[in-house]
Write a protein of this length. Structure first.
Length: 135
């Protein structure tokens, strides 16, 4: 509900700003669709009208694309920062003594260090020494 109200407020603000801009353009424009109090009427042909409308649509879409690009850049940076903070927190917690990642790394290090070492057969050496002493 909170995000809906925030979105509704943003839309209302956008409509208000857009209406103010259009009113300002209408009052500053020499083209009138109805006669003015002085009686002068500006005529506009179909081709000019279509050109103006297509230009307006293009400008609105370009502005919308720019806003979306800025929001995407901000959102991407926000997501990256949040993921980095969460990963750092997770790794600090798991690499402490007793953490599952700590135990796994410790076991792997032991396996790498001692995995290829063969046990020494002390019984064989003792038997060999006694045989040489007996001879």
């Amino acid at each position: 509900m909170k995000s809906f109200l925030a979105t509704s407020g943003a839309v209302a603000l956008g409509v208000a700003i857009g209406g103010a801009v259009l009113y300002g353009l209408y009052t500053a424009s020499p083209i009138r669709w109805v006669s003015t109090p002085s009686g002068s009427v500006a005529q506009i042909d179909y081709q000019t009208f279509i050109s103006i409308m297509l230009t307006a649509v293009t400008v609105v879409l370009a502005g919308l694309g720019f806003v979306v690009a800025v929001l995407a850049f901000i959102g991407w940076n926000s997501i990256g920062n949040r993921v980095s903070a969460l990963a750092t927190t997770f790794l600090k917690a798991e690499l402490n003594d007793g953490g599952s990642l700590h135990n796994m790394v410790k076991d792997e290090v032991k396996e790498i260090m001692y995995g290829e070492i063969q046990p020494v057969d002390f019984d064989y050496e003792d038997d060999e020494q006694t045989e040489t002493e007996q001879k």
